[in-house]
Design a binder for this molecule. Structure first.
Ligand code: IPE
Ligand code: IPE
Ligand code: MG
Length: 247
């Protein structure tokens, strides 16, 4: 079992992103309603957030609700939104105690008013915290983000605020929801699914991918350390040869 002291503090990911999947299957396994799977999933969120803050991982991004998740049964969507409000209210103390700044990415205008209001409140209250930036991806879809980005940049070109030739990777980066975040170093997805599900397509370009069969409500600190240890044993070559890196 992986332990915290096995980790090399110097080579931890700067930006960790997690697709928290498997709440429904966890509930089914226990003979419970899906709602209880989501409720138990929030416990894993707290454990992982606290562990990352303790490890001094500067950026943690959690996929909490995708643009496609709006297509779930109305009752489940309502429950997830309710759970979000209650978690935000409950966890503000965890955020303040650990000096965590909360931010959010996604089409936030589509969130119910109550969720949006609570979210903005916690974002505002934690804005001066500097230990870690926790970003919630809410009503987030990477393709939607890219469409929005293209529209914004093309409008600027039309209005002569930027020339077409000046468009480069950094201009695109600066128009994404993630403009204040570095590229993702490590992506973890729980529950055995090996897909990206419309999450951070551009930002994951050179991320290391880690898939585990563990369902999200079962995901503990030990599972997190396991993933981080696995990450630290990889060679990130960014297109170069292994020999070049050793020079
Ligand atoms: C992840 O768990 C939570 C959200 C997508 C909101 P799921 O609800 O997708 O759980 P499974 O995949 O059905 O097991
Ligand atoms: C991805 O999980 C979205 C979140 C974890 C919020 P899904 O369960 O919605 O993904 P698919 O539909 O199985 O790809
Ligand atoms: Mg799922």
């Amino acid at each position: 079992m992986a332990q915290q002291d096995q980790l090399d503090k110097k080579t931890l990911p700067k930006h960790l992103a997690i697709i928290m999947d498997g709440n429904g299957r966890w509930a089914k396994q226990q003979g419970l309603l899906r709602a209880l799977g989501h409720e138990n999933g929030t416990k894993s969120v707290r454990v992982v957030v606290e562990a990352c803050a303790e490890l001094n991982i500067p950026f943690l991004t959690l996929y909490a609700f995708s643009t496609e998740n709006w297509n779930r049964p109305k009752r489940e969507v309502e429950l997830l939104m309710k759970l979000l409000v209650s978690s935000l209210k409950k966890e503000i103390k965890t955020l303040q105690d650990n000096e965590i700044k909360l931010t959010a990415i996604g089409n936030l205008d589509t969130l119910p008013k109550k969720v949006y209001k609570e979210l903005l409140e916690v974002i505002d209250k934690t804005k001066d915290n500097t230990n870690m930036t926790l970003t919630l991806a809410l009503s987030y879809g990477s393709r939607e983000e890219l469409v929005k980005t293209v529209k914004e940049i093309s409008l600027k070109v039309k209005n002569n605020l930027i020339s077409r030739d000046a468009i480069d990777e950094s201009v695109i980066n600066n128009h994404l929801y993630t403009r204040n975040l570095p590229d993702v170093d490590l992506l973890i997805r729980t529950s055995g699914e090996q897909r990206i599900s419309n999450f951070l397509l551009w930002q994951l370009a050179y991320a290391e991918l880690y898939f585990t069969d563990t369902l999200w409500p079962d995901f503990t600190k030990t599972h997190l350390f396991e993933a981080l240890l696995n990450y630290q044993n990889r060679e990130r070559r960014f297109g170069k040869t292994s020999e070049q890196l050793k020079r």
